[in-house]
Design a protein around this ligand. Structure first.
Ligand code: SF4
Length: 429
């Protein structure tokens, strides 16, 4: 979401004359869009500012803006702790960024702006054309969260759930397609909680797939409790929705899920998986796992391993629990480091095995790849399979933006390697 936000911030500040630069040593304005999900997020921001200070030691100080969730969480504390910062702006206040920049430049007085005004923000941003021209483009449809999982900062940094209007989203998807997008990734902290008037995520998917230039649709990140029947059904109805479902489960134990305040049960998660598999047997799952959450006992951990074996997730993120300041879980008794590390290793071994097996099974097969760009290596191109796996292959310039057939020759845990069929046919001819 920060990538989407950064692009939209840039679209906004362009209106008052700012331009992007690769020359960070010479810039007039330095904007850091921060993410609070990262471990030690706050300290990383101050560290980054330290680097900027150093490189501008003998030059005119740039105007320094801190945006994003760390700005929201820290608010005016940032201005007190680091006088080098000029403007702190939260993720729901970007619509005010131009006014705040002009106010600062006029009065040279430091500013903190961290109100939650998601509706005003999107009303403002709707008037500014989205300039993203990536083959695979993000589109935020929903922000914030009302679920308050005990380990998570999102409800505090992004505020309550807010869903954008159906028509605005469809219009933005059309603009992105005109800019060159062939894949749209619908985004939200709770993307499947999307609800505006009577429209749900399923309606959006079916409407966006009517745009002829859009070839693929994905959505992330979902909550198991919001996998409603209409959304499950759309996996059978839609021609463009990709068969990879990223559905964070966090733990395989109901006891731990309760401690996390996740508000879903493992039996329902398994039912969702079964239902989706019955709708489309090609559907595969990926997930997020928090290992060694306070209170996780050996049998809870084994339940997680069992779930991984049962669902055969093909691609997942797994981390040892680390507390985030300000959350309910921030003061809980941590599980012994060595035990946590061993559990993570076991989980990752199982997850990586699934991933390697899945990729191996595609060797010598022809798969469909959406070509995103040429890599720095000459004649090698980058694209993604239907399951989001990176594919590096020998191809042609005119393939960028198209879905083409690639024969997979090789694979490793994260990447498939091959050659486009067109290229093979040309060589044979
Ligand atoms: S549902 Fe997701 S965003 Fe909301 S609190 Fe839980 S982990 Fe955070």
């Amino acid at each position: 979401m920060n990538e989407y936000d950064s692009n939209r911030i840039f679209d906004t500040v362009k209106e008052i004359g700012f331009e992007k630069t690769d020359n960070l040593e010479e810039t007039d304005c330095y904007l850091l869009n921060t993410c609070h999900i990262r471990d030690k997020a706050k300290e990383k921001v101050y560290h980054d500012i330290g680097r900027v200070k150093k490189s501008f030691k003998f030059k005119k100080k740039p105007f320094v803006i801190i945006a994003g969730c760390v700005a929201q969480a820290e608010n005016e504390e940032m201005l007190k702790r680091e006088p080098y910062i000029d403007l702190v702006i939260g993720p729901q206040a970007y619509h005010k960024i131009n006014d705040k920049i002009e106010e600062f430049l006029d009065k040279q007085k430091k500013i903190e702006e961290t109100d939650f005004e998601a509706e005003l923000k999107f009303n403002y941003l709707n008037k500014i054309k989205n300039s993203s021209s990536k083959v695979s483009s993000f589109l935020t449809i929903q922000e914030g969260c009302d679920k308050f999982c005990h380990f998570c900062v999102v409800p505090y940094t992004r505020g309550p759930e807010y869903s954008r209007s159906f028509n605005e989203i469809v219009d933005e998807a059309k603009i992105l397609s005109e800019n060159g997008a062939r894949e749209i990734i619908l985004l939200g902290q709770n993307v499947n909680a999307y609800k505006n008037e009577n429209f749900r995520l399923s309606n959006l998917i079916l409407e966006i797939e009517k745009i002829p230039e859009i070839k693929r649709i994905r959505y992330t990140t979902s909550h198991p409790r919001d996998m409603t029947e209409d959304l499950l059904d759309v996996h059978g109805l839609s021609k463009k929705l990709m068969p990879l479902v990223h559905l964070p489960v966090q733990s395989g134990s109901d006891k731990v899920l309760k401690l996390m305040n996740r508000k879903h049960l493992i039996k329902d998660y398994i039912k969702t998986h079964e239902k989706l598999k019955s709708i489309n047997p090609n559907i595969e799952f990926s997930s997020d796992f928090i290992i060694a959450y306070p209170g996780e006992e050996e049998e809870d951990f084994n339940a997680t391993l069992e779930l991984i074996k049962n669902i055969k997730f093909i691609n997942s993120f797994s981390f040892i629990f680390s507390p985030r300041p300000g959350t309910v879980a921030s003061n809980l008794q941590l599980i012994d480091k060595e035990i946590s590390q061993k559990r993570l290793e076991k989980v990752q071994k199982q997850l990586f095995e699934n991933q390697i097996l899945m990729n191996k099974s595609l060797e010598n097969m022809e798969i469909e790849v959406l070509v995103e760009n040429k890599t720095k290596e000459s004649n090698k191109f980058f694209g993604r399979s239907e399951y989001m796996t990176s594919v590096i292959f020998d191809g042609n310039d005119e393939d960028v933006g198209n879905i083409i057939k690639v024969k997979i020759n090789n694979s490793n845990q994260n990447t498939l390697m091959g050659e486009s069929l067109k290229k093979i046919e040309k060589r044979v001819a």
